[in-house]
Structures are given as structure tokens and as C-alpha cells.
Design a protein around this ligand. Structure first.
Ligand code: FEO
Length: 394
């Protein structure tokens, strides 16, 4: 009886990743309500054995148990480190201590392996674009691509089986199935992951897409979530997301204290809908901030609604603005809606924020207290203007 599941995804390639069922947050910001997986693969060539990535510290017993179940020991020949982040590289030191394995990584990967994982320099082989490694009937080709999360990241292509081990690229915190056709809500989970991890590096994502566009790919095996037996499905989505191809959609992010801003954003949203624009309202008080990036991926415009508090935007709106700056959404147009008692500082700060992000400011409306009939007409007019821009833009 086998104690561990080590599915052979194609002959000679075994999925030996771990499911972290109980993880509930990633990077202390991104919700993982159904946990995540740390994927790793063992490739048996006729002559040599390689691992694609390892696993997170704390999962050693199960992870090493899987390797021992397949090999009888931990003596692998190569550990391909596509990424040095500890969720994938945390068990490298233990494996190196149990074998004569060489660590295969990029030049930046070597630096990080030494600093983060204390790997001795003489155990590391640096690879660059176009380099390969023959395991005997299984040939690995390395495709370095910085910032498909960190600067050292790379993808690895298994030539004979046409499998792309894509690192965090195409990943998802989805624990519902080994393969895409067995898992639930595959694209939704992948979009959430893209938003949190890849959206800030969309340009690098486009470079990665360009590098793999001529590869024959039968399977994409990312470092989190299901393996894609239908690679086209996720590649088509990534072409849109990394290409920053947005929809006729407006994300309205707001915080309200005495319902005045709430009235403003509701009026704005209703008018946008009337104009045929898709709208999503994100209430900063009642929604986890970690869910915000997901709603940014395909929104063409943003509306930020905030009261003035202590000489500026409400602290939650400032927090959201800083989050936007970090995640670099593809917004082209923006509007600020502000309610104040005696000073428009929240409005001014919001407009400065949009300008800083190089978002075209379509309007900024500051009103005292709750909207009057005149204010309502102005808000509806601004919404019509924004709808026109969203429809004319791409
Ligand atoms: Fe899954 Fe960037 O590590």
C-alpha cells in the first residue's frame, strides 16, 4: 500500500506537491479560503532524476515521504529551482544534505539560494536562456523570465512531453483538483492569483507570453493550483490579463461615514449601469482589502469615493490608494467623489493620487454633506462622461 499520492501525470513525471488545506492567507494580504498547493514534480529520466522545485518548510515529512516512496531514498541528481521563494525552495537545504544533487537556477537564483537558503556555492549550476539538461529521454530546457514573481524566476520546459513547468505564472490558490478539468472555478481562482501576484508585473508577463508563444505545449504545470491539460484556456486569459485588455467596466471603491459618500457612489453606479457599463462596488469597510486586486484586473476605470477626514482622504481610502499603487491596475480613467464638512482636502488628495498613477482624471466632485438636487445632476453628468470615455477607450 502506498502511503502517499504521487500521481504520474505522464510516464516518468510524478506530481509530488503538497496541499496546504488550512492556509487562509498568503503574503499576509491575499485570502486563500480553500488553502493552496505547493506543487513539485519528480522527473525520472533513463539516466538521471530531477525535481522541479521542492516545498515549504514544515511539510518535509510528507514531501520527503513522497520522494522516498518513489525512489527508496532522497538521492535525486538535480533540483531545478524555478523560484527561490520559501514556499517552493524551503526544503532545498535538507535535500542537498541528503544527496549529491546539483541545484539548477538562474544567476539571480544563485544569489538568493545562497542568501535565503544558505546553499553552498559549489552545489549550484547557473543556467541561462536556451540551456538544456538531458536526463536520458527527458530533456529540460530553461526559460529564465525575471518577475514572474521575483527577479530570479524561470520556467522549465520538458521537451519530450511538451510540459511547461511555469513557476508562479499561471498559478492559483485552488485546491479542488489535480487537473484543470477536475477542478472547480479554475479561471476565477487563476484570475485572483494573477491579480495578486502577476498584475504588478504585467509587462514581464507579456515577455513570458512572448517567450512561450511558439512552444508546443500539451500541459502547463504551475507551482500552485491545478495542472492545465487544456493550456490554451489559461493562455488565452493570460493574453488578455497581461495585455491589460480591459472591459467596459468601472470599479467603484468607497468608504462612507454618514452615508453621504454612499449616496454619491450609488447614484454614480446607477447612472453607469444605465449607460450599459459593468460596475463593481467595493465597500472598504465590509470587504477584505486582499480581495480588491481581483476586481482591478479587467476594469477600465476607477471611482474612489471618500469623505474628508482630518485634512485628507479617509484612512481606508488612503490604504486602498496605496494598494492600487502597488498592484498597478490597468485603469485608464478615474473620478474622485468626496463629501466634506468644511474642507475639500479629501478631493484634492484623491485627484493628486490619480495624477500620480497617470490615470486620466475625468472629474472630481466635492460636496458638503449629502448630495443636493444640483449635486445629483452633477454626479449623473460625471458618470455619463466617464461612461463615454470607457466606451471609447480600450
Ligand atoms: Fe509561490 Fe512566488 O511563490
Amino acid at each position: 500500500m502506498n502511503k502517499y499520492a504521487t500521481p504520474e501525470i505522464v510516464p516518468g513525471v510524478f506530481a509530488i506537491g503538497i496541499t496546504d488545506w488550512s492556509r487562509r492567507i498568503f503574503d499576509a494580504i491575499s485570502p486563500t479560503p480553500i488553502g493552496t498547493t505547493y506543487n513539485s514534480y519528480l522527473i525520472k529520466g533513463k539516466d538521471k532524476i530531477a525535481l522541479i522545485d521542492t516545498n515549504k518548510k514544515g511539510f518535509g515529512e510528507e514531501y520527503f515521504g513522497k520522494i522516498k516512496q518513489l525512489l527508496g531514498n532522497l538521492k535525486v541528481d538535480y533540483i531545478v529551482m524555478n523560484h527561490a521563494e520559501p514556499d517552493h525552495a524551503g526544503l532545498i537545504p535538507k535535500l542537498l544534505s541528503e544527496s549529491n544533487a546539483r541545484l539548477i537556477c538562474t544567476k539571480r537564483g544563485k544569489e538568493l539560494a545562497q542568501v535565503l537558503h544558505h546553499v553552498a556555492e559549489d552545489r549550484i549550476d547557473i543556467v541561462k536562456e536556451g540551456d538544456g539538461l538531458n536526463l536520458g529521454g527527458k530533456t529540460l530546457q530553461f526559460i529564465p523570465q525575471p518577475f514572474i514573481h521575483w527577479p530570479e524566476t524561470m520556467m522549465t520546459y520538458l521537451v519530450e512531453d511538451k510540459i511547461l513547468f511555469s513557476c508562479d505564472f499561471f498559478g492559483s490558490h485552488n485546491t479542488t483538483g489535480l487537473f484543470d478539468d477536475q477542478a472547480e472555478d479554475v479561471i476565477t481562482w487563476a484570475k485572483k492569483y494573477y491579480a495578486e501576484i502577476m498584475m504588478p508585473f504585467a509587462k514581464m508577463g507579456r515577455m513570458a507570453m512572448d517567450k512561450i508563444k511558439d512552444l508546443e505545449i500539451s500541459m502547463i504545470a504551475p507551482s500552485h493550483g491545478p495542472t492545465y491539460r487544456d493550456p490554451k484556456s489559461i493562455m488565452d486569459e493570460y493574453a488578455r490579463w497581461t495585455g491589460e485588455i480591459t472591459k467596459e467596466k468601472v470599479l467603484i471603491i468607497y468608504v462612507t461615514m454618514y452615508h453621504s459618500v454612499e449616496k454619491m457612489v450609488h447614484l454614480f453606479a446607477e447612472q453607469l449601469k444605465d449607460e450599459g457599463i459593468e460596475v463593481f462596488l467595493f465597500d472598504l469597510v465590509n470587504s477584505p482589502l486582499g480581495e480588491l486586486p481581483y476586481h482591478m484586473v479587467d476594469s477600465r476605470a476607477v471611482v474612489l469615493g471618500t469623505p474628508t477626514v482630518l485634512g485628507g482622504m479617509h484612512p481606508l481610502a488612503i490604504h486602498a490608494a496605496n494598494t492600487m499603487k502597488l498592484f498597478k491596475p490597468p485603469f485608464k480613467y478615474g473620478v474622485i467623489l468626496n463629501s466634506y464638512g468644511w474642507a475639500k482636502h479629501g478631493l484634492n488628495q484623491g485627484i493628486s493620487f490619480l495624477e500620480e498613477m497617470k490615470i486620466e482624471v475625468i472629474d472630481g466632485i466635492g460636496i458638503i454633506g449629502s448630495p443636493s438636487d444640483e449635486d445629483i445632476a452633477r454626479i449623473q453628468d460625471a458618470a455619463r462622461q466617464l461612461a463615454g470615455k470607457v466606451k471609447s477607450g480600450t
